[in-house]
Design a protein around this ligand. Sequence first.
Ligand code: GAL
Length: 389
Amino acid sequence: MILLLTYLLSGMAIAAAKPLDKRLDNGLGKTPALGWNSWNAGQCNFATAQRALQAADLFISLGLKDLGYTYVNIDDCWSTKSRNSSGYLVPDPQKFPNGIKAVSDQIHAKGLKFGLYGDRGTQTCAGYPGSLNNEEKDAKTLASWEVDYWKYDNCHTTNENSHTEYEKMRDALANSGYKVFYSLCNWGRDNVWTWGGKVGNSWRITDDNFNSWNYVATIAAKGASIAQYGGPGGFNDWDMMQISNGKLSAAEERAHMGLWAIGKSPILLGMDLTKISQSSLAIVKNKGLIDINQDALGKPATTFRPSGAPAPSSKLYPYWAGPLSDGVVVGLVAADNAVTLSVNFTDVPGLGAGTFSWTEMFSGKTGSGTSVSAQLSLHDMAVFRVKKV
Ligand code: GAL
């Protein structure tokens, strides 16, 4: 009897542990996703076919597509407030007059990909139908629409610290017959970075990047502390960009882009692309930074402590480095005040004694030697790509 009970219990433990062992092996997200999302640009008002198609056209005319920006993602508020009589999600006929498939077809015809948003609970955060207990139905619907990216939110649940329903949707997507990038949006709850790689292609690590320097700095500091969890197929998602949304200085926009790029976060632009300023456009089109973000090694940079520098705390720390397939990236950020920051290569993980050549990504300056230094205004950043001479 006791033996039987032990056997049954161990069987249950194996069954309970099993879903986490199964990776979503869809071959996607080998490097962080690059694209645009409607939410920061205009919340519910931007969840329309017209905005999606406009963004796709602007990816091409602004030269973003050529740099690798691919995903055009519509966030919350795209559906009607209730399912149809057969229990299926229905696109809002005002916002998507020709349905979703027509939009994804047009976006695919431009060589881009299309994404949508849902929620693992009973409703999305804005009160549209969630997928709880409809996972298979919804995954099949997405497949029939050829949706390439599915962001899955965490509102209206009985337990926001649970991963069960994220696994249910993973399995439903895996069986749907169409390959979809699976983006977990549980705001860093439940230590998602420890299991996200077995469930999705990216996972949000914090609450939203609401539009201020403080959020940018706090999210980046968090990203540094869990950098080791990101890699090809599954990356820490630092949340959508707030560049060109009116609250960050030019220096802060550079640091926002620089930190997200070296931290190997997805870069999902969040501005109204019809209104992007020239200076913001130059920042998000920085090819050197995008190349670093998309480096095949897929290893997020994190902070390091040069000799003589104050110890890191939970706040944004100025000194960053990470490996690239052909060298090392060094980031210097003026976290607290205008400052000149310098590092000797002997202090940088992955470098050491000897002479190295470097290129700085914002100024294009190049040089070689045993150290780098940058004179930075408040919250500005310099990013050096460093190689052995
Ligand atoms: C939040 C999510 C945001 C956005 C919003 C939509 O939970 O973190 O990125 O998707 O919901 O309602």
